[in-house]
Design a protein around this ligand. Structure first.
Ligand code: HEM
Length: 145
């Protein structure tokens, strides 16, 4: 388990230039100065967030799991108020939740009960109506005799 130095947001804010660029993601303080040119999303995306907490922006893009692992490579500390018990904890917190919600929505759609109810609602009036007509026909025939 790595022991990281603790920084306040105002300490991070002092590293907001292209030559000295820190950002915060999920409570991790990252020195991304050398990563700017390598970043597949462009260096501007990182410079825009220099010295700030970019957690929401990072999540909104939908970065891959592999991108999340890259965070560990550039971590220099932890934001005050956060505790990273181990490296795996913070990674999982970022992407898995939306996928679980998608699945539960799918399960609700897959429920067969409403289909069954719709069939009964359709055939029951037909059955009652048909029986009534048959009864009327039979009664009419017998009255003519
Ligand atoms: C140190 C933090 C970051 C790392 C390690 C990182 C890493 C990556 C990686 C590996 C990709 C390629 C696609 C993927 O694997 O998901 C990517 C794409 C991208 N990133 Fe980042 N990123 C970081 C921070 C940010 C921030 C703060 C923004 C700001 C909004 C950002 C915006 C983007 C965009 C726009 C793309 C392109 C997405 C696409 O082409 O669909 N990234 N990033």
């Amino acid at each position: 388990m790595a022991e990281y130095k603790v920084f306040t947001l105002s300490q991070v804010a002092q590293h907001k230039s292209k030559k000295d660029c820190w950002i915060v993601i999920d409570g991790r303080v990252l020195n991304v100065t050398k990563f700017q040119e390598e970043h597949p999303g462009g260096e501007e995306a990182l410079i825009e967030w220099a010295g700030k907490d970019a957690t929401q922006a990072f999540k909104d893009i939908g970065h891959s799991k592999s991108a999340q692992k890259w965070l560990l490579k550039y971590q220099v500390g932890v934001l005050q108020g956060y505790t990273t018990k181990n490296d795996a904890d913070v990674q999982v917190a970022s992407i898995e939740e939306p996928k679980k919600n998608e699945m539960s929505a799918f399960v609700i759609k897959d429920d067969h009960t409403p289909k069954y109810a719709a069939l009964v609602e359709f055939f029951l009036p037909l059955l009652v109506g048909g029986s009534y007509l048959a009864y009327r026909c039979l009664t009419a025939d017998s009255s003519m005799v």
